[in-house]
Design a protein around this ligand. Structure first.
Ligand code: NAD
Ligand code: GLY
Length: 381
């Protein structure tokens, strides 16, 4: 008989395969089948060792907000299994995605004796995942990395797909690398300490997947949104895994964003980036800006005759039920246009947007006149 893996999926644990040839990996979505945090940490260590059976040196890079709940218990658990562990904390917040913080990590990794067999374990939200992922991509020309996302946004978006990087002053995510993880563990038990506003903000990205490429999931969300708001563990597992399946399909088709397919993940984001930049970074959480941006994008699609009002009505209902904002009364329209003209999707000076045609389908649309964009913003102030 073959020895049984300790991490065979139970009926309540989902394994999602990200198909990228020799860079393929799995996402494990779990949460409710253990009753306490200690069991969850033991399970995480099992899951890591099941995939990385040659692990001898774990390099834990964790957001300070989850140090006592996740990083330190995992450090103790792995140490107890005779694995050498080096651990460093990353200060919470977007400012950690900086050249200075990256350089600090590189120097620390050198002093900690990190080598090419070491495995980075990134624990935290998108900030930690992006920074630690990029440190892993660059140190010693590339180390394996396990992503353990601890915000809803990072579980459904940033931990999957291999985009890593840091910001330059005035240019977000400007320096980075595609560096796929070896494993992603999204355990909803880690969300127990996440503030409500951060949690709700992550729901915007969840809803996005329904609009861009999964109409059945959108319908599921319409039926189950109240359970999701209450963080019901079964509903959460379903929402996280279906979001990850959606992202895995898109990334599997267009890993490096060359065909245009991956750009659909940016539905609502051209407006959102302009909202975030003109409101002053930090005023609105990213998911909040994405919610408003999806409303503006849907209105733009309707004005161009590409979608009908019913799409906007269904999207509005779901966003409102989720307690997400849908209006941006402080909109500085000229300022937003200025930012949008610098968007990566601009082609030959004309704005391009990801626009829906129906729930479950979007297209990248170019050659859009600015007057339509202005009207779409003004429809949601
Ligand atoms: P974040 O990492 O800043 O986390 C949000 C806040 O929650 C922080 O204050 C953090 O300290 C705290 N936190 C994290 N986990 C917690 C927990 N379990 N309990 C309590 N507090 C916790 O932000 P985010 O929303 O997770 O990610 C945003 C970042 O992700 C941005 O930098 C964005 O550029 C990036 N991003 C990357 C991708 C990608 O594909 N790589 C995709 C989307 C977003
Ligand atoms: N968050 C967009 C992407 O991963 O491509």
């Amino acid at each position: 008989l073959e020895p049984q893996s300790k991490t065979l999926p139970t009926t309540k644990e989902k394994h999602i395969h990200v198909e990228l040839g020799d860079r393929s990996y799995k996402i494990i979505v779990s949460g409710s089948e253990v009753t306490n945090a200690t069991q969850a940490i033991v399970r995480m260590a099992d899951q890591i060792l099941d995939v990385l059976s040659d692990l001898t040196h774990a390099v834990i890079l964790g957001d300070e907000a989850v140090a006592s709940s996740v990083s330190e218990p995992l450090e103790r658990e792995l140490s107890g299994r005779k694995i050498r562990v080096s651990a460093a904390q990353i200060p919470s917040g977007e400012t950690s995605k900086s050249v200075a913080e990256l350089a600090r990590l590189w120097e620390w990794m050198l002093s900690a004796g990190v080598d090419r067999r070491s495995v980075v374990i990134a624990i935290g939200g998108g900030v930690t995942g992006d920074l630690a992922g990029f440190a892993a991509a660059t140190y010693a020309r590339g180390l394996r990395v396990v992503q353990i996302p601890t915000t809803l946004l990072s579980m459904v978006d940033s931990s999957v797909g291999g985009k890593t990087g840091i910001n330059l002053p005035g240019a977000k995510n400007m320096v980075g690398a595609f560096w796929q993880p070896s494993l992603v563990i999204a355990d909803s038990i880690t969300l127990n300490t996440l503030p409500d506003r951060e949690y709700v903000s992550g729901l915007a990205e969840v809803i996005k997947y329904g609009v861009i490429e999964d109409p059945d999931f959108f319908h599921w969300l319409e039926v189950n949104i109240q359970s999701l708001i209450c963080r019901d563990s079964g509903a959460l597992r379903e929402a996280i895994s279906r979001s990850c399946e959606s992202k895995a399909r898109v990334v599997g088709d267009d890993e490096r964003e060359t065909s245009g397919r991956r750009a659909i993940l940016n539905y609502g984001h051209t407006f959102a980036h302009a909202i975030e930049a003109t409101a002053g970074y930090g005023q609105l959480l990213h998911g909040e800006a994405v919610a408003i941006g999806m409303q503006m994008a849907a209105s733009l699609a309707i004005a161009l005759g590409r979608a009908d009002q019913n799409l906007l009505d269904r999207q509005t209902r779901l966003l409102v039920q989720s307690n997400l904002p849908i209006k941006f009364p402080e909109a500085n329209v000229p300022g937003m246009l200025e930012i949008m003209r610098r968007d990566k999707k601009v082609e030959y000076g004309k704005l391009r947007f990801v626009l829906p045609t129906k729930i479950g389908h979007v297209e990248l649309v170019g050659n859009i006149d600015e007057s339509h964009v202005v009207a779409a913003i003004q429809a949601h102030v």
